[in-house]
Ligand binder design. Structure first.
Ligand SMILES: Nc1ncnc2c1ncn2[C@@H]1O[C@H](COP(=O)(O)OP(=O)(O)O)[C@@H](O)[C@H]1O
Ligand SMILES: [Mg+2]
Length: 260
C-alpha cells in the first residue's frame, strides 16, 4: 500500500482537484484507491455528494477512543475501485488540539498500519494549515505531492511546504520525497509562464516539467467523482493529470529500485 499526502500550506491551489484526478486515474487503471478527506471544509466529501449535515462518520472517528477502523469508515464511490473517507466540520476543533498530545499526531499512521483491507493507494487530501491533521498526513505518507498554482505568490507557500516536509522527515527518521505539481497554468499569460519557469528552476527534478492547464471542465470537482460517460473526452487537464501520474509513479519506481 502506497500513501501519498496531497498538501500545500495554501488554499485554492488545487489540492482537492489533484487528489480526485489522481485517485480517479489510478482507479480507472484498475488500482484500488482510498481517498481520505482531512480538510474540515470537506470539499472532497461534498464532491461525492455527502452533505455536511447530518455529519457523516469519517476522519473524526480515527481520533476517538478506541478509534474506528478505516475499513468501517470507507464509503464506495460511483467509480469502481475508488473509496473515500469523509471529513466532518468538527475536525476544525480537533485541528486546534496539539499534535504533541500523546498519540494524536500518529492516529492516521496507526489506522493505516492496521488497514490491510485491499487498497493499493491511499491519497490524503490535506487542509491548508499546518495543524494536527496535516502533521498526521505527513507522518503517514511515503510521498508528498505539492500542487502549486503557477502564480508568483505561490512560490512562497511552496518553500514553506518544503521546509515542513523536511522537518517531518527528520523527526520521523524516514525520508519524505516530494513532487511539485504546477497547477492552473494559463500559458497565455506571461506571469504564468515566468512563474512556471522559476518553479522548475528552483525545484529542478522535484518539479514536473509540464503543468496542469486551466480547464473550465475542472471548475466543478464533482465531475471527477462520477463514472466517466463513455462518449466524454477526458479533457486537457485530466490528460495532463494522467501524464503527471506517470511521472510520479516513475519517480516512485526509481526510488524503490535504489532502495532494493
Ligand atoms: N486545472 C484547473 N482548471 C480550472 N479550475 C481548477 C483547476 N484546478 C482546480 N480548479 C478549481 O479551483 C478551485 C480550487 O481548487 P481546489 O482543488 O479546491 O483547491 P484546494 O483543495 O487547494 O483548496 C476549485 O473551484 C477547483 O474546481
Ligand atoms: Mg481542498
Amino acid at each position: 500500500m502506497r500513501v501519498w499526502a496531497i498538501a500545500n500550506q495554501k488554499g485554492g491551489v488545487g489540492k482537492t482537484t489533484t487528489t480526485l484526478a489522481l485517485g480517479r486515474t489510478l482507479a480507472l487503471r484498475g488500482q484500488r484507491v482510498l481517498l481520505v478527506d482531512l480538510d474540515p471544509h470537506g470539499s472532497l466529501t461534498r464532491a461525492f455528494g455527502v452533505p455536511a449535515e447530518p455529519p457523516p462518520s469519517g476522519v473524526l472517528e480515527l481520533f476517538s477512543t478506541p478509534p474506528r477502523p478505516l475499513s468501517e469508515l470507507a464509503h464506495p464511490s460511483p467509480l469502481e475501485g475508488l473509496d473515500f473517507v469523509c471529513a466532518q466540520t468538527a475536525l476544525a476543533t480537533l485541528e486546534r488540539r496539539s499534535a504533541s498530545q500523546p498519540g494524536l499526531g500518529l492516529a492516521l499512521s496507526q489506522a493505516l498500519s492496521r488497514h490491510a483491507a485491499g487498497h493499493d493507494y491511499v491519497l490524503l487530501d490535506c487542509p491548508p494549515t499546518l495543524g494536527l491533521l496535516m502533521v498526521n498526513a505527513l507522518a503517514a505518507a511515503d510521498h508528498l505531492v505539492v500542487p502549486t498554482q503557477t502564480e508568483p505568490l505561490a512560490l512562497h507557500g511552496l518553500a514553506g511546504m518544503r521546509r515542513t516536509g523536511e522537518m517531518i522527515a527528520r523527526s520521523r527518521g524516514r525520508p519524505l520525497p516530494a513532487a511539485v505539481l504546477p497547477t492552473m497554468f494559463d500559458r497565455r499569460t506571461r506571469v504564468g509562464r515566468e512563474t512556471l519557469r522559476q518553479m522548475q528552476k528552483e525545484y529542478g527534478p522535484l518539479a514536473w516539467s509540464e503543468a496542469i492547464p486551466i480547464d473550465t471542465q475542472l471548475r466543478n470537482a464533482d465531475i471527477l467523482a462520477q463514472q466517466p460517460a463513455t462518449s466524454a473526452q477526458p479533457g486537457r487537464a485530466l490528460d495532463a493529470y494522467a501524464r503527471a501520474l506517470d511521472w510520479i509513479l516513475a519517480g516512485q519506481a526509481r526510488r524503490l529500485e535504489r532502495a532494493a
